[in-house]
Design a protein around this ligand. Sequence first.
Ligand code: 2HA
Ligand code: ZN
Length: 273
Amino acid sequence: MKEWLKSNKKVTRVIKDVAELANYLWQRGWAERNAGNISYNLSGMIGEEFSQMEDYPIFNLDRSYDALKNGYFFVTGTGKRMRDLARSPMKNACILKLTGEGNKYHIISRNKKNLYDFRPTSELPTHLSIHEQLVLNKSENRAVVHTHPNELVALTQIKEFTDEARINHVLWGMHPESVVFVPRGLALVPYTLPGTENIARETLKRLSDSDVIMWEKHGTFAVGVDVLDAFDKIDILSKSAQIFFMVRQAGYTPEGLSDEQIIELKKKFHSEY
Ligand code: 2HA
Ligand code: ZN
């Protein structure tokens, strides 16, 4: 696997990016213990070398992902720490391959001896559902990032901000860049049990009309052309939430940008508005 990876520059680049991101998430305090998970669609970056997988153990998925049949994914492991992933990505993540039926997968990046002590992230249903939708939409986005950004999660602990229009108005109002780079805003998914098909379905419903999806009282999901692009969207909104709390902690009420100023920014930077 080591030799093969060395020869595949594209896959190596993805793994380097994931390790870099894992370090950022840990440094920001968004990745306590095993918090967060990352995936990247590697399909098209791997040739025929893994076409014979009969010898490898096979694992079941809860449902079939028709658009991802025979697809390859780099996926972080369940129970693994971002700070460990930053140092040793291949020990704390895996490359998996979906079967030709799309309802099972092989882990191709681990040898058979150490295969059974490793499983992909508990949020695999959400990650695969998002990748499937991205493929169906012919999107250029291949990366999916889930993390627990403190200030954004904190906002969803305040009843007033579980109103989607309200939370977006506040976030956009804290900094013009958030309007420029996150123009469709945050989609709020009401609290749902993590690691389930149910939360995957609720998340998927909001993929096409938002830039960042917030699981109430839990964390965020974002997609991007690479993992750092996905991270940037969360980071920008997080900055807005930090400014909001900073002003509040100083004893003031943040003024925010006006509706007119927000619309003006959208019109200048996004022709569809
Ligand atoms: O990977 O963040 O949502 C741990 C989690 C589950
Ligand atoms: Zn989580």
